[in-house]
Ligand binder design. Structure first.
Ligand code: CA
Ligand code: CA
Length: 213
């Protein structure tokens, strides 16, 4: 019967062999080989022909991210009341001994994002003059779970204007391995819904470029 130490030693041998094979194959064929040991994944640079700066590169990826997910599938913010939305990301509370960094980003679904410079400029304008200022600030970054932590947050700034928007608007939220593209799959994707506060009861509200009257 094998002990945990035996298994670890075996894992190390398998990984060493895998790594050697991966490196050998990379001399001839890039992107076709993977090495996996516990939660470390070695990936040959995809599509590299040996002539570029990434020639022979092996990327190490921490697959602990599979224990991470958005706490909710949908978050909600009310324009005018919430100047920002707080998004909570969690990881399996029984696996929190290591530090883990996860990337996140926003993208438009039906809501329109603006870059931080434009968002800051728009906030210097009166709410009635924010036609074309979009609905939220495009946001991307990383959060780090420290050892012992199973919950982290990031925020998304919401634009308040006087534009009437008939429909709720949605932002796509995605998680990624730092440096990589958005991950698809349940838990790695969520939406932020922005509810308009100008549709009813605001005498000064108006139809704007970004609004749907
Ligand atoms: Ca408003
Ligand atoms: Ca509005």
């Amino acid at each position: 019967m094998s002990t945990a130490a035996d298994e670890r030693a075996s894992d190390r041998r398998v990984f060493k062999n895998k790594r050697l094979l991966t490196l050998l194959f990379l001399l001839f064929r890039f992107g076709g080989d993977l090495g996996l040991s516990r939660y470390s994944l070695a990936v040959g640079a995809v599509g590299v022909d040996g002539g570029g700066k990434d020639a022979g590169a092996v990327y190490m990826v921490d697959t602990e991210i599979q224990r991470v997910s958005f706490l909710q599938s949908e978050y909600v913010a009310l324009e005018g009341t919430n100047s920002y939305a707080t998004i909570t990301v969690v990881r399996d509370s029984s696996h929190v001994s290591s530090i883990l960094t996860v990337g996140y980003s926003t993208s438009d679904l039906t809501a329109t994002g603006v870059d931080p410079d434009k968002f800051a400029y728009c906030n210097t304008l009166a709410a009635a003059a924010r036609d074309g200022c979009g609905d939220y600030q495009q946001t991307a970054g990383e959060i780090t779970f420290l050892a012992g932590s199973s919950s982290e947050t990031f925020t998304i700034k919401i634009m308040n204007d006087f534009c009437k928007e008939r429909y709720m608007e949605y932002i796509q939220l995605t998680l990624n391995i730092p440096g990589g593209g958005p991950l698809s799959g349940e838990g790695y994707m969520a939406t932020l819904r922005i509810d308009d506060n100008d549709w009813e009861g605001h005498a000064s509200s108006m139809a704007c470029t970004g609004g749907i009257f």
